[in-house]
Structures are given as C-alpha cells and as structure tokens.
Design a protein around this ligand. Structure first.
Ligand code: PLP
Length: 232
C-alpha cells in the first residue's frame, strides 16, 4: 500500500517534469491508473494518493470493483474491447469508453446510457500502425465514425485513443502518436471540439507526452508487473 502511494507520487513528479521538458502546459497530461487484474485494496491505496481515474478492460471484474468502491468518488474508464452483449452494463457503470471502434457499438451504448446519467464520454480507438491489439479503425474510416457518433445525443465524443506496438527508441515511439495527433487536429479543423488524446502506457509515456497526450493509461509503473494468468 505504502509502495503504491510513493510510486504514484514519483510518477506524478515525473509527468510534471516531462510536461515542462516538452513545453506542455502544467497539468495538461492526465493520468488514468489502469487497474485491470489489481485487487480493490491496491485501487484504494492509489485513491489515497489522490488518484481518481481508473481504467478497466474486463467487464465482470470491473463491475465487482466498481460496486465495492461505490462510495469513493472514483471515475471509471472502460479501455478494453467492447462486445455488443456488454454494452448495457458498460453504459450503466462507466463514465468513459476509450475503445469504441464500430458504429453498431456506438448505437447500442447510446440507446442504453441511463437517462439519469450525463452523456457517456467517448474516445474512438484508431489503429495507427501495427497496433498491439487488433482493435481500432483505420484513419481513413475515422471521419465517418466521428460523424455518426456526433449524432448520438447520449454519447459525447471527446477524442481519440491508440495503443501502438511496444518497442523502439523514443523517436520511433513518437511516430504513431504524432499520426494520432494529426487525425485529432484534422477533426478539430472540421469543427469537432475534441479535447482528449488517450495515448501512452508505462513504456512509451515520454513519447506520448512529447506528442500531446492528455490521458496516459498506466498500469505497470503504478502497480508493478501483472502476474495473473491470462493477463495482458
Ligand atoms: C493494460 C493496458 C494499459 C496499461 O499498460 P501498462 O503497460 O501496464 O502501463 C493501457 N492501455 C490499455 C488499453 C491496456 O489494455
């Protein structure tokens, strides 16, 4: 527990230093703590260090945690692949979805978002170049999906997400993030008001900060290596 608190403080300092180094506005880089496979106790420890936003990939696991941490004021982000039969529970339990890549899923999330909740915040996942996952649409498909989402009143299109193949030096890691930022700039030039670039994990956070990320999605650097069988 103590460790998580100290690690988070160090990570936040490092993020602030990198913001300065790359001429980013102080506080413009947000931190999503990716808590998949981590027990509730570790999430609580992180929340004691001031961490509010948490990312989960697996719905069943996430729902259990969300329910047991109900009164802690945490903000939950769904970052895993969205299956059609999971959309009702996702729409009812999360504040954000980062991994939307199909119109059909957008329609279902829109229809199922409970009316006593504000619109669901959405990032479209873009497959920039040989992504680590098979998820995400191509940049060419992006304008059409963005247009469809913007017509859905229970969804609020906030930005774009990518998860590039890990590896390479800093210059190489920056390339896909720069491409995602170009997609983002292009949509905003067409009149969208996107404010979110969800990019950068433990091993490429510096590259993502350099290229304009507004939400880092970080698990390992906060909680340590994932060890549960089947964990990605
Ligand atoms: C697991 C995961 C992360 C966090 O990766 P780390 O290497 O642990 O920082 C970020 N984004 C997505 C979509 C993930 O599935």
């Amino acid at each position: 527990m103590k460790n998580i608190i100290r690690t988070l403080q160090q990570l936040n300092r490092q993020i602030h230093m990198l913001e300065q180094h790359y001429g980013r506005k102080p506080g413009s880089v947000g931190l999503l703590a990716v808590s998949k496979t981590r027990p509730v106790e570790q999430i609580l420890a992180a929340s004691q260090a001031g961490q509010r936003d948490f990312g989960e990939n697996y719905l069943q696991e996430a729902i259990t945690k969300i329910q047991s941490l109900d009164d802690h004021g945490l903000i939950w982000h769904f970052i895993g692949p969205v299956q059609a039969n999971k959309t009702r529970a996702i729409a009812a339990n999360f504040t954000w979805v980062h991994s939307l890549d199909r119109e059909k899923i957008a329609q279902r999330l829109n229809a199922m978002r409970p009316h006593d909740m504000p619109p669901l915040n959405i990032c479209v996942q873009v497959n920039i170049s040989s992504e680590a996952t098979k998820s995400g649409i191509t940049p060419a498909e992006l304008p059409e999906l963005a247009r469809q989402i913007s017509n859905l009143s229970r969804l609020r299109l906030r930005g774009l997400m990518a998860m590039p193949e890990p590896g390479g030096d800093l210059a190489r890691q920056r390339r896909p993030f720069r491409q995602l930022r170009h997609c983002f700039d292009q949509l905003n030039a067409e009149g969208y008001k996107l404010d979110t670039l969800s990019m950068g994990t433990t091993q490429d956070m510096e590259a993502a900060i350099a290229e304009g990320t507004t939400i880092l999605r970080i698990g390992t650097a906060i909680f340590g290596p994932r060890s549960l069988p089947g964990a990605v």
